[in-house]
Every structure is written in structure tokens, then in C-alpha cells.
Design a protein around this ligand. Structure first.
Ligand code: F6P
Length: 367
């Protein structure tokens, strides 16, 4: 019997998603003669049985395009907004999986998608995930596709901000995505030569950041680039976060939208720029890179990674090896049990080699 494969993309989009869809599709249909059907807009499309054929040339020309031809959403099977209510639609999803005679469902996504895929595995479905996110915070894999492209975008932005900061003798605070992890800000900060890098994993003190900037000015460099991860916290923020978390202690742990909203305080980085201007006497400006880091064509590295992971997923399906995430391990890929990766976030160890190298070249982490 021809194996029937379903594929969906869920969570925040990222460059490389279409390259991964192409990798899965070409290997499954071309090499293994399987049939692949796309579900639109993440788990919502699977719940509504909204499908997209992928065997009529839809995979041509998508290796280099950003976003996802399937569309995506952050909707979760067990907490799906339906008609103004939040309902558990897992049974509808399980039903559509079987009605489409799927042998396996491939879910391309980050940490939230891993958790949702594990729930479906526990309902008896054959699932495989591919680690996608610009945040690079998926546990169990060396890297996620989307990260390298976003790193390039953020680095180029920092390069551009250097010249205007230098010309105007200013502090430029640049907010970089990454949700609860600092990989993107750390990598772009190093690659772009930021003078200060602030990440969630290293609590910072605004006074220390200001002193580092004043020190540069005393040394004849009255301008600084501060690369700040959107989830980074100052001592003051931590106090506010503690107060907020006491209030919301009843909310379910996996309510990531609400957590993300609380972690990424609106205006937090603008307040940081204003505080630094006051403490240093230098003008300060803020640039928020936002969704620029999620758009456009994937880098060559992400195209290679996404293709490797996608074809490895097809190989696993051919061997009927389900219930795993296809992880990148060095030059290899390795199946990691969903139970081993779901629910965990890969954050930057404060003694990570990247952090140590940055400190060696004089970068301040505000601690
Ligand atoms: O997870 C990827 C990401 O871009 C995070 O870095 C960011 O915090 C979040 O998504 C933004 O979510 P949304 O696109 O739903 O606003």
C-alpha cells in the first residue's frame, strides 16, 4: 500500500519552512513513491480538514521563498479557538487523521508544536516533527532552521546601525527576537560587534550597562550599540515579573501566547534607551527589528539544513520510525523521542563559548 503522509507548519513562520516542505515532499513522493498531502494553517487546518495537494508542481520554486505555502497558526489541538470559545478539538484532529488514511503526520514547528505533536502521539497517531524557529531554542537539536537566516538579518542591521551611531555619537539599542532565549541576540551581537549584549539568561543591571557605555566614551568612543534580546530582563524587570507571575499563577504553563506577551513587555526596550540616555548623557535611539527577522529568502545554510531534515523525515517514515523529532547533530540528523524534547527550552548557558568569547573582546553583558 502507498504510504499517505500529512504535513503541516505551525507556530511562528520562519525562512526555510518551504525548503523543508520541499525536502519532505520530493523525498517522500519522488524517492519513496509515497503520497503527501498538506494541511493548511497548522493544527487548525487539520481540525477543519482544509488540505492542499502537493503533487502537482506545488513544490517547484519554493526552495528559495520565505514563509510557508501551507500557511500557519499558533492554534493548539487541545485549546482551539472555535466560535468565540476555547475548545479541545483533539478528537476532531484524530478523526481527520484517520479519515485521510494517514500513515504519518509531519509537523514543522518549534517548542509549542513539539508539545502538540506529543499529545497527538499519546492519542495513538504516528507523528514526526522538524525543529523550526528563528529562536534556536528547541531542546535536543544543535540548531533549528530559520535561525541562520535571522542571524544574518540581525547582523546586517547591526552593521548598518554602527555607522549612524558613530556619526551622531549615539547609543543605539536594537531589540532582537528570540522569545525566551538569547541565541539570536548573542549571535548577532557577536557577529555585528555590539558593545553590549543583553540576553534573558544573564540578568542585567541598567547601571552596569550605562557604566560600560561611559567607559567607552571616556576612551574616545562616545557611541555604542546595545543588542538586547526581547526576553532579556533587568533587575528591575525581574521584580515586576515576579509580581506579575504571582498574579497569573493559575494560568496553564503551556499558555505560551500569554507568557510571551508578559515576557515581552511593550515598551521595555524603549524605557531602557531612555534610562541609558539619562545615565550617560548620550542621545539614545531604539530600533526594533521585529518580524524583519522572520521574512524573506532562507540563507544557503538554512536551505541545506531544511532539506537534510526534510529528507531524513521521509527516510524515517519509510522505516516506520515514528514519534520522534528529526534533530540536527553535527553533520548528521538523529531521531530524538518527542518525550525527550517536548516541554523543554534550549537556553544559552551563561558559560557558553560564545559568551566567553564575547567577554574576551570586551563586550558587556550588563552583569
Ligand atoms: O518564535 C518565533 C518568534 O518570532 C519569537 O522570536 C517572537 O517572540 C514571536 O515569534 C512573535 O510571535 P508573533 O509572530 O505571533 O507575534
Amino acid at each position: 500500500m502507498t504510504q499517505q503522509i500529512g504535513i503541516l507548519t505551525a507556530g511562528g513562520d520562519s525562512p526555510g519552512l518551504n525548503a523543508a516542505i520541499r525536502g519532505v515532499g520530493k523525498a517522500a513522493m519522488g524517492h519513496y513513491k509515497m503520497h503527501v498531502i498538506g494541511f493548511r494553517d497548522g493544527f487548525r487546518g487539520l481540525m477543519e480538514n482544509r488540505t492542499m495537494s502537493l503533487d502537482g508542481g506545488q513544490l517547484s520554486g519554493i526552495l528559495t521563498t520565505g514563509g510557508t505555502i501551507l500557511g500557519t497558526s499558533r492554534d493548539k489541538p487541545h485549546r482551539m479557538p472555535v466560535g468565540g470559545k476555547i475548545l479541545d478539538m483533539t478528537d476532531a484532529i484524530v478523526g481527520n487523521y484517520h479519515d485521510n488514511h494517514l500513515d504519518c503526520l509531519i509537523c514543522l514547528g518549534g517548542g509549542g508544536t513539539l508539545r502538540n505533536a506529543l499529545r497527538l502521539k499519546q492519542k495513538g497517531l504516528n507523528v514526526i516533527t522538524l525543529p523550526k524557529t528563528i529562536d534556536n531554542d528547541v531542546f535536543g537539536t544543535d540548531i533549528t532552521f530559520g535561525f541562520d537566516t535571522a542571524l544574518g538579518i540581525a547582523t546586517e542591521a547591526i552593521d548598518r546601525l554602527h555607522s549612524t551611531a558613530h556619526s551622531h555619537h549615539r547609543i543605539i539599542v536594537v531589540e532582537i527576537m528570540g522569545h525566551r532565549a538569547g541565541w539570536l541576540a548573542l549571535g548577532a551581537g557577536i557577529a555585528g560587534g555590539a558593545d553590549v549584549i543583553l540576553i534573558p539568561e544573564i540578568l542585567y543591571d541598567v547601571a552596569s550597562v550605562a557604566e560600560a557605555i561611559r567607559e567607552r566614551a571616556r576612551g574616545g568612543k562616545p557611541f555604542s550599540i546595545v543588542a538586547v534580546a526581547e526576553g532579556a530582563n533587568s533587575l528591575q524587570d525581574l521584580a515586576a515579573l515576579d509580581a506579575a507571575s504571582k498574579k497569573k499563577s493559575k494560568r496553564k504553563a503551556d499558555d505560551t501566547e500569554a507568557d510571551a506577551a508578559e515576557l515581552i513587555y511593550a515598551g521595555r526596550t524603549l524605557r531602557l534607551a531612555q534610562q541609558l540616555e539619562k545615565l550617560t548623557g548620550l542621545e539614545a535611539r531604539l530600533t526594533i527589528l521585529g518580524h524583519l527577522q522572520r521574512g524573506g529568502t532562507p540563507s544557503a545554510a538554512d536551505r541545506i539544513l531544511a532539506t537534510r531534515l526534510g529528507t531524513a523525515a521521509a527516510d524515517l517514515i519509510a522505516k516506520k520510525h515514528y514519534g520522534v523529532m528529526v534533530a540536527a547533530k553535527g553533520e548528521e540528523t538523529r531521531p530524538v523521542k518527542l518525550e525527550a524534547a517536548a516541554g523543554k527550552v534550549k537556553t544559552v548557558p551563561p558559560d557558553h563559548p560564545w559568551v566567553l568569547s564575547a567577554r574576551r573582546v570586551g563586550t558587556s553583558f550588563g552583569d
